[in-house]
Ligand binder design. Sequence first.
Ligand SMILES: O=C(O)C(=O)[C@H](O)CO
Ligand code: MG
Length: 267
Amino acid sequence: MPRFAANLTMLYNEHAFLDRFAAAAADGFLGVEYLFPYAFPAQEIAARLRDHGLQQVLFNAPPGDWEAGERGLACLPGRESEFRAGFAQALVYAEELDCPRIHVMAGLAPAGAERAALQATYEANLAWAAAQAQSVGREVLIEPINPRDIPGFFLNRQDEAHRTVQAVGAPNLKVQFDLYHCQIVEGDVAMKIRQYLPTGRVGHFQIAGVPMRHEPDLGELHHPYLFDVIDEVALASGWQGWVGCEYRPQRGAVPGGTRDGLGWMRC
Ligand SMILES: O=C(O)C(=O)[C@H](O)CO
Ligand SMILES: [Mg+2]
């Protein structure tokens, strides 16, 4: 089986954020990820990781004004200095949390903007971020996201993400391969794992049941088969990353619900 990390933004919502670390460790997780740590002092989160023997495997750089609907700044001309300041803050947290990967969200394509101009800004920002991250031994990840969950999101497809990584050409810029988004946008998920994992450009996986984003054993994707494919290709290619469990537990509507829905992990 792959190594699974609990996404603490979506799992364990029956607990306050800082208590989700203990809950994930109690269920056997060794790694955690989440979207944003910035509402809490990094030292406080680091203490939770230490106390519960957890590894921080991923979090996101600041996305702009999330409450106002922004979903990243990386492709937005004119927002470069805000992008850089946010990424610098992410690096400070990554140091304190000993986290090897930072996810940079692309952002929403502004209505009427020329795609080529957005792509040029995206690549320039990613090149800058990758250079900053390289100097302190961290990876930058980009993630294609389906346009139903985030209408207007700039990056939707795996091939576009891989082309961007190749165009930037930084060894520590990689793709966050979320199988949930891939199934919704393009399908053929197992073959895409076989296509992309051996390239060395996949930095992380994430999973959820499709289409409702509940537990992986609910919905149209057969995860036991996909886990076997990941294991097989990882073994052949030497890949040693994590699979983030980024779903909203359906059984989480009741106290203890996340744990009740973890049966899929033991199949
Ligand atoms: O939504 C996802 O799939 C993510 O991984 C992002 O980090 C947040 O949008
Ligand atoms: Mg994801």
